[in-house]
Design a binder for this molecule. Sequence first.
Ligand code: UDP
Ligand code: MG
Length: 139
Amino acid sequence: MSGKRTFTMIKPDAVEKGYIGEILAKITEAGFRISAMKMTQMTKRDAEKFYEIHKERPFFGELVEYMTRGPIVAAVLEKENAVEDFRTLIGATNPEEAAEGTIRKLYATSIGENAIHGSDSDENAEKEIAFHFSGREIF
Ligand code: UDP
Ligand code: MG
């Protein structure tokens, strides 16, 4: 069964470039409801834990450095089939391979600095939501 929630972060590169408003507009225009949102900065420990699955990958150090260098906007998004539809909206990890009109095609710089995160499964969405938000921060 497809879930109703996913988790996103507008990453430091997109925040630095002033794209928060445009990206949130894309998200709500695509039919997602924002049920929690905050601007925050991840610590090194946070980023290492959040991206633990990638810890053996060669880009892990750079990924942690990038994700902690400035504020992010973290949010919980609601929609039928949220995880899959949001992955479609953001586009491929590498913006050069992302479809026209996707958020990464429009706003990402490179495979590393790719503007936005989207959960890849219902199970990971729930874990990532719990990592960033307590129940009473979700509306
Ligand atoms: N990443 C990177 N180099 C790569 C692959 C990924 O720097 O070759 C970074 C990029 O910021 C990506 C994140 O690591 O968004 C997590 O990688 P994943 O494969 O989970 O991509 P995503 O699910 O974000 O599309
Ligand atoms: Mg991923």
